[in-house]
Design a binder for this molecule. Structure first.
Ligand code: FAD
Ligand code: DHB
Length: 392
């Protein structure tokens, strides 16, 4: 039996960042992860960091490589009706976003935690959490054939949508809100120069398509696909043809094709659980909420939760006061719901929901209105770069 102040379940970006920030505040943690380190580091996911996210990585002393390697984007593109419109993020909101892969964020955090001698347990099986409605929570897991029990003051459930923490709260104590979308995103990563200088989201009668990147030599593309489609049905040649067919012609002409180095299908859903705290268990990031990726908000929301939780825990250990911890759920959920709304709206105007021509005409009218109205564009820009934090 061993003890830590905060037991963190999950070594995704939220678990690792929370562990790092608590460490810098003199608070001891143990991170317990189901997968291997190699698996966690290999997952290809988000690519866009809000300014507040970059700032928190710098505060956590893991921003050095990001500041050197990131691409700063002061705008993004909207493609529709065979044209491409630039949303001037900087001009409209005063802020920009950083292109730096979640894979790299995870690697930087993992290196920093390892260098500091953190207790990270990978390949932990049968993880369970208990006692969080009392002052003595516990975590049990099996590692290298032995059962381990860890006692702690608090548990941070950073274990993603499929994790164990949310499911351990008694039925009836949490309320869930959910919407599944009738399509997924087929993503391809390839070592070819990007077709566009900035990210481009394209509405097309055949379905949504998107051009993104990880660097000046590595591209990330997505197309809308059926949720149940098999990845084998999408050989590279079919993917590139379909991508080009859904982009404005001038952009399609700039697509450089090459062998995919990663290809996967992700379902799209909106999901929120309330409250995000139950006794001494705090749900963080994807464990508490999922947004469709269109607004690039998933990772940024997870980091925003970590900011609120680490400050509240630091206050608790520094002063003994727990009122900021009491307000954790309420503070996070105000931001979460605004991001859920933005991601839902952006998904709704960019994707094909049916074959009904009326619905597509409405989307085109909305995009035409949006791109002609500084008021509407300003609203999009301030949501995309990340809303300011509400007053505590
Ligand atoms: P996660 O990254 O999910 O980390 C949770 C960790 O907990 C994992 O390492 C998992 O192995 C571990 N875990 C799970 N169960 C247990 C258990 N029982 N015990 C111990 N450990 C456990 N966002 C965007 O903004 N843009 C994108 O393009 C984008 N693409 C995505 C594609 C996919 C396939 C997915 C799943 C998500 C994507 N997201 C995207 C969302 C973004 O990646 C997430 O919001 C972000 O990873 C959330 O971080 P997290 O640390 O909260 O959760
Ligand atoms: C990426 C993913 C997104 O969901 C998004 O909105 C922008 C970029 C990406 O993976 O690069």
């Amino acid at each position: 039996m061993s003890h830590t102040q905060v037991a963190i379940i999950g070594a995704g970006p939220s678990g690792l960042l929370l562990s790092q920030l608590l460490h810098l505040n003199g608070i001891d943690t143990v991170v317990i992860e189901r997968q291997s380190r190699r698996h966690v580091e290999g997952r290809i996911r988000a690519g866009v960091l809000e300014q507040g996210t970059s700032e928190l990585l710098i505060e956590a002393q893991v921003g050095g490589r990001m500041l050197k390697e990131r691409l700063v984007h002061e705008g993004f593109g909207l493609g529709f009706s065979d044209r491409s419109f630039r949303v001037d993020l900087k001009g409209l909101s005063g802020a920009a976003v950083s292109i730096y892969g979640q894979t790299e964020v995870t690697k930087d955090l993992m290196d920093a935690r390892t260098a500091a001698g953190a207790r990270l347990v990978f390949e932990a099986a049968d993880v369970s959490v208990a006692g969080f409605e009392t002052a003595h929570p516990t975590v049990r897991y099996r590692h290298e054939g032995r059962i381990h029990e860890l006692t702690c003051d608090y548990i941070a459930g950073c274990d993603g949508y499929h994790g164990v923490c949310r499911r351990s709260v008694p039925a009836g104590a949490l309320q869930t809100f959910e919407r599944a979308y009738p399509f997924g995103w087929l993503g391809v990563l390839a070592d070819v120069p990007p077709a566009t200088e900035e990210i481009l989201y394209s509405n097309h009668a055949r379905g949504f398509a998107m051009c993104s990147m990880r660097s000046l030599t590595r591209s990330r593309y997505y197309i809308q696909c059926g949720v149940d489609e098999a990845i084998e049905a999408w050989p590279d040649s079919r993917f590139w043809d379909e991508l080009r067919a859904r982009l404005p012609a001038s952009v399609a002409a700039s697509v450089v094709t090459g062998p995919s180095i990663e290809k996967s299908i992700a379902p799209l859903r909106s999901f929120v659980v309330e409250p995000m705290r139950f006794g001494r268990l705090f749900l963080v990031g994807d464990a508490a909420h999922i947004v469709p990726p269109t607004g690039a908000k998933g990772l940024n929301l997870a980091v925003a939760d970590v900011r609120v939780l680490y400050q509240a825990l630091a206050e608790r250990y520094r002063t003994g006061r727990a009122d900021a911890l009491e307000r954790y759920s309420e503070r996070c959920l105000r931001r979460v719901w605004k991001a859920v709304r933005f991601s839902w709206w952006f998904t709704t105007i960019m994707h094909k929901f049916s074959d009904e021509p009326f619905a597509h005409r409405l989307q085109l009218a909305e995009l035409d209105y949006l791109t002609g109205s500084t008021a509407a564009l300003t609203s999009v820009a301030e949501n995309y770069v990340g809303l300011r934090f509400d007053a505590p």
